[in-house]
Design a binder for this molecule. Structure first.
Ligand SMILES: Nc1ncnc2c1ncn2[C@@H]1O[C@H](COP(=O)(O)OP(=O)(O)OP(=O)(O)O)[C@@H](O)[C@H]1O
Ligand SMILES: O=P(O)(O)OC[C@H]1O[C@H](OP(=O)(O)OP(=O)(O)O)[C@H](O)[C@@H]1O
Length: 208
């Protein structure tokens, strides 16, 4: 059996993903919550685990630097990466929504300014609606943009809705539901079929 490289998103979803991984029966002896290491191996060295910034996971997988990636659907959609998405891990659940100070769009078809961490997702959504937009790409605190007049609306992740509520914003539309997914490099899916399928099988039973 060949070794597979598994890229995990660092940050918010990592803890639940690691718990799930441990449930597959694979043990990573050096992996602890405090560790700052970025590369780990399981006991029989069949899996190399690498920790990558969430937004970079689809790139690692598309380029073949990792055979498998575990990352939020938000990052997969935004990356436009050409990978197979094979499993929904049903964790990290949230959604993409459009929000603003007003709970409706202007009556005319005027160009709207949209602030977001996810320009590709926002462009695709408004293109489908035939709504002209201009994107303001931000890297966080997106809810601030409509409050200070930087944008008319935002496209952002909503989980509990608390951030919107506490900033006086309302949802105009939901775009898509998000959860953590397993993605696979297209070449690896052919050349390491046995290894990849075995890992997916283990994850599926850990999910039951
Ligand atoms: N309430 C939420 N807000 C943001 N992301 C969430 C939420 N709930 C689940 N997620 C998932 O967690 C991922 C974000 O994790 P995290 O915030 O650690 O990453 P990040 O945005 O890359 O972090 P950083 O702030 O370091 O840039 C998202 O890609 C999404 O799939
Ligand atoms: O609906 P809620 O439960 O309030 O969660 C949604 C918020 O969480 C995320 O921000 P994050 O904490 O990642 O901070 P950021 O501003 O750096 O993106 C997201 O961008 C929203 O702002």
């Amino acid at each position: 059996m060949e070794q597979i490289t598994l890229a995990l998103a660092k940050g918010r979803p990592a803890k639940k993903t690691i718990t799930l991984l441990e449930k597959t029966g694979e043990h990573f002896p050096e992996l602890t919550e405090e560790s700052r290491k970025l590369v780990f191996h399981n006991s029989d060295q069949s899996i190399k685990l690498i920790f990558v910034k969430a937004v970079d996971v689809p790139t690692y997988v598309e380029k073949g630097a990792a055979d498998i990636g575990i990352v939020g659907k938000d990052n997969i959609l935004e990356s436009l990466a050409d990978v197979y998405e094979l499993l929904d891990l049903k964790i990290g659940k949230c959604k993409f929504s459009v929000a603003g100070k007003a709970n409706h769009y202007p009556a005319d078809n005027q160009k709207l300014t949209i602030a977001t961490k996810y320009p590709n997702v926002a462009k695709k959504h408004f293109k489908q609606k035939g709504q002209p937009i201009e994107i303001v790409k931000l890297n966080g605190s997106v809810e601030l943009a409509p409050l200070i007049g930087l944008a008319d609306y935002i496209v952002d992740i909503v989980e509990t809705g608390d951030t919107l509520k506490e900033n006086g914003l309302s949802i105009l539309e939901d775009i898509e539901t998000i959860s953590t997914r397993l993605i696979v490099n297209k070449a690896s899916f052919a050349t390491k079929a046995a290894e990849v399928n075995q890992f997916i099988k283990q994850l599926k039973s850990a999910l039951e």
